[in-house]
Write a protein that binds this ligand. Structure first.
Ligand code: UT7
Length: 332
C-alpha cells in the first residue's frame, strides 16, 4: 500500500490553538452588505475566529506547537526541524519559525517557513517526510498557522466573509513502511497565480509604499468562482490518483479531510470521489477558511469528536493560492 519508502513519517502528536474572539455572520451583516442566509448557503460558514488586538501569528504558532509536543510526549529539545506553513507571517524578517523557536524551546531545531498558501501544511508534510525518510531528522514539528483576518478587506463582501484565524500542529517521527504517510504528492499551476493573491506588501509594492496602500494591494483578493471549479477538480483528481497508486478503494477510507474553504467544495469533492457523507469531515461552519491551519485544525477536531482514531486510514487534501494543491494517504 505504501510508495516504496522503507522509512516514512507518522503523526505522533497533534495540537491546535484558536483565538478566543468569535465573529458570526450576523456580526458581518452589520459591517458589509451581506446576510447570514447568503453566507450559509454559499459557503456553509456560520462563524470564524479572529485574533485580538495585540495578538499576532506568533501567539497562535507557539500555543499550537506546544500542544502537539505535549500530545506526542516529546521534549522540545528533541525536535530537529521546525517548519511553519503560513502566508501571513508574524513579520517579513525573520521567519516566524525562527522567532517562535525560543518560546517553543525547540533550541536544536533548524527553522524555516514554507509558503504554499492553503496547501502549506500538506506541502510541509511532504518536506518533513523526505527528511525523515533519509534519516536527516527524527522529530519534526510542522505548524500550519494563519492570521488571515489581518489581510482581509472588511469592505469587500466577496472575501471578508470567508476567512478566519487559527493554528494547527503535528509532530512527525519515523515509522516503518505501512504506517504513517503511505503516499503523498503535490502540484502547482503558476499560470493561475492571480486567482488568489495579495499583490502588495512584497518587493514590487512594498508595505511602506503609498501605491500599495492607495490601491488596496495589501488585502487578499480571490477570483472565487473560477477558483471553486479548479479546487474541486484538482483535489478530486490528485486524491483519486493517490488511492489508485495505493490500491485502495474510496470506500476503504475511514476519514477524508479536505481543505476547509467552502462546504459546497467539500461536498462536491466527496461526491466525485464516491465517498459517503460520514467519511467526509467538515468544520468550516465553525472556523471558516483558515488556509494552512485548516487541515491540522480539522484533524484535532476529528480526534476530539471520536471520528479519527489510531490505525484509521485517513486522506488529507488541500488546495490554495499558487495555485497549489496536495494530497496525503495516511495510516494514522
Ligand atoms: O482557500 C483557497 C481556495 N479557496 C476556495 O476554494 C474558494 C473558492 N470559491 C468559493 O468558495 C466561492 O466562489 C465563493 C464563496 C467565494 C463565492 O460563491 P459563488 O457561489 O461563487 O458566488 P459568486 O462569486 O458567483 O457571486 C454570486 C453573487 C454575486 O452577485 P451578482 O453578481 O450575481 O449580482 C455577488 O456579488 O453573490 C454576490 N455576493 C454576495 N452577496 C451577499 C458575493 N459575496 C456576497 C456576500 N453576500 N458575502
Amino acid at each position: 500500500m505504501n510508495d516504496g519508502y522503507r522509512t516514512t513519517a507518522r503523526i505522533a502528536g497533534l495540537g491546535r490553538f484558536l483565538p478566543e474572539k468569535i465573529v458570526t455572520n450576523h456580526d458581518l451583516e452589520k459591517i458589509v452588505d451581506t446576510s447570514d442566509e447568503w453566507i450559509t448557503s454559499r459557503t456553509g460558514i456560520k462563524e470564524r475566529r479572529v485574533v485580538a488586538e495585540g495578538e499576532g501569528l506568533l501567539d497562535l504558532v507557539v500555543r499550537a506547537g506546544k500542544a502537539a509536543l505535549d500530545d506526542a510526549g516529546v521534549e522540545a529539545e528533541a525536535v530537529d526541524l521546525l517548519i511553519v506553513a503560513t502566508a501571513t507571517p508574524e513579520q517579513p524578517i525573520p521567519a516566524t519559525s525562527a522567532i517562535a523557536q525560543p518560546q517553543l524551546g525547540v533550541v536544536n531545531a533548524a527553522c524555516f517557513d514554507l509558503s504554499a498558501a492553503c496547501s502549506g501544511f500538506t506541502y510541509s508534510l511532504n518536506v518533513a517526510r523526505q527528511f525523515i525518510a533519509t534519516g536527516a531528522a527524527h522529530n519534526i514539528l510542522v505548524i500550519g498557522a494563519e492570521c488571515l483576518t489581518r489581510y482581509t478587506d472588511w469592505s469587500d463582501r466577496k472575501t471578508c466573509v470567508l476567512f478566519g484565524d487559527g493554528a494547527g500542529a503535528a509532530l512527525l517521527q519515523p515509522a516503518d513502511a505501512g504506517e504513517g504517510i503511505l503516499h503523498i504528492d503535490w502540484r502547482t499551476d503558476g499560470t493561475l497565480a492571480d486567482f488568489i493573491s495579495m499583490p502588495g506588501g512584497g518587493s514590487r509594492f512594498p508595505p511602506n509604499s503609498r501605491e500599495s496602500i492607495d490601491q488596496g494591494f495589501p488585502f487578499i483578493k480571490m477570483r472565487g468562482n473560477e477558483t471553486f471549479k479548479v479546487a474541486v477538480r484538482a483535489m478530486t483528481e490528485l486524491s483519486l490518483d493517490l488511492l489508485k497508486r495505493a490500491g485502495v478503494q474510496p470506500a476503504d477510507l475511514d476519514l477524508f479531510i479536505p481543505h476547509q474553504a467552502n462546504q459546497r467544495i467539500i461536498q462536491a469533492v466527496g461526491k466525485r470521489m464516491g465517498l459517503s457523507g460520514e467519511q467526509v469531515y467538515s468544520n468550516v461552519h465553525q472556523f471558516g477558511n483558515t488556509s494552512a491551519a485548516s487541515i491540522p485544525m480539522a484533524m484535532v477536531g476529528a480526534v476530539e469528536e471520536g471520528r479519527l482514531k489510531r490505525g484509521d486510514l485517513l486522506m488529507l487534501t488541500a488546495f490554495g493560492g499558487g495555485l497549489t494543491w496536495g494530497s496525503a494517504l495516511i495510516r494514522f
